[in-house]
Ligand binder design. Structure first.
Ligand SMILES: [Mg+2]
Length: 228
């Protein structure tokens, strides 16, 4: 019997374009002003130092503040996963959400589905490659309102990569369930395969109605409602 329904974010609960068309451009636009205004706060100061250190190590260059900002903008374009960039983006997005500059995109069928799961006595969990902090912001300031009261568990790549079987085993042990008691929804075939190999049941979410694999697929959660 399924006790936990586990959800991927991008392409599953959320438009796959949200990160690349809303969050990334917002962080590019806001970066310079944010760093200049907050350069003396401990988190920003240490991020600046980390960028400086990396560029010194990799290119043997000493960067000033303006050049550090340009480096950060270049890394956003490159989609480099540098911890200092991630930290600064997290702070910038936090500001953006709180000041209502944008909302976390969540498809309208998600909230009723989460509620249905809870009403039936089961739990909702999230597993995404974005940090837990970023996950809580998307659902906390979402286009469908604050959905965080409906979510019991959040996992990011601290438990391991999404295409690795061991990550799903780790999630099962952290929530104290057998993998067989967890159902995982994702748009990505390799993730579904990894979860299935770990013992979970899975459904592919194909928002474009164009399933790409051998897995059972749905185009929205409406068609899964009566199965809970
Ligand atoms: Mg996805």
């Amino acid at each position: 019997m399924i006790k936990l329904y586990l959800f991927d974010i991008e392409g599953t609960t959320t438009d796959i374009n949200f990160v690349h068309k809303v969050l990334f451009p917002y962080s590019s636009e806001a970066m310079e002003k944010f760093v200049l205004e907050h350069q003396e706060t401990p988190a920003v100061k240490s991020a600046i130092d980390e960028v400086k250190k990396t560029v010194k190590e990799e290119e043997n260059k000493d960067l000033g503040l303006k050049e550090i900002i340009n480096q950060l903008l270049f890394w956003i374009k490159e989609d480099r996963k540098h911890p200092a960039l991630k930290e600064l983006q997290g702070l910038i997005w936090n500001n953006g959400y709180i000041n209502n500059h944008f909302k976390g995109h969540v498809y309208p069928d998600v909230q009723p589905f989460f509620k249905k799961i809870l009403t039936a006595g089961f739990k909702v969990g999230i597993y995404s490659s974005g940090s837990v902090k970023a996950q809580k912001l998307i659902f906390g300031y979402s286009s469908e309102g604050d959905l965080t009261p409906l979510i019991s568990w959040y996992f990011d790549t601290k438990v391991g990569g999404k295409r690795e079987k061991a990550s799903y085993e780790k999630i099962a042990s952290e929530v104290n369930l057998k993998p067989e008691e967890i159902h995982f929804f994702s748009d990505i075939t390799e993730e579904l395969k990894a979860a299935q190999t770990a013992g979970m049941s899975v459904t592919q979410v194909a928002r474009d109605n164009n399933p790409k694999s051998e897995f059972n697929s749905i185009s929205s959660f409406h068609s899964y409602m009566e199965r809970i």
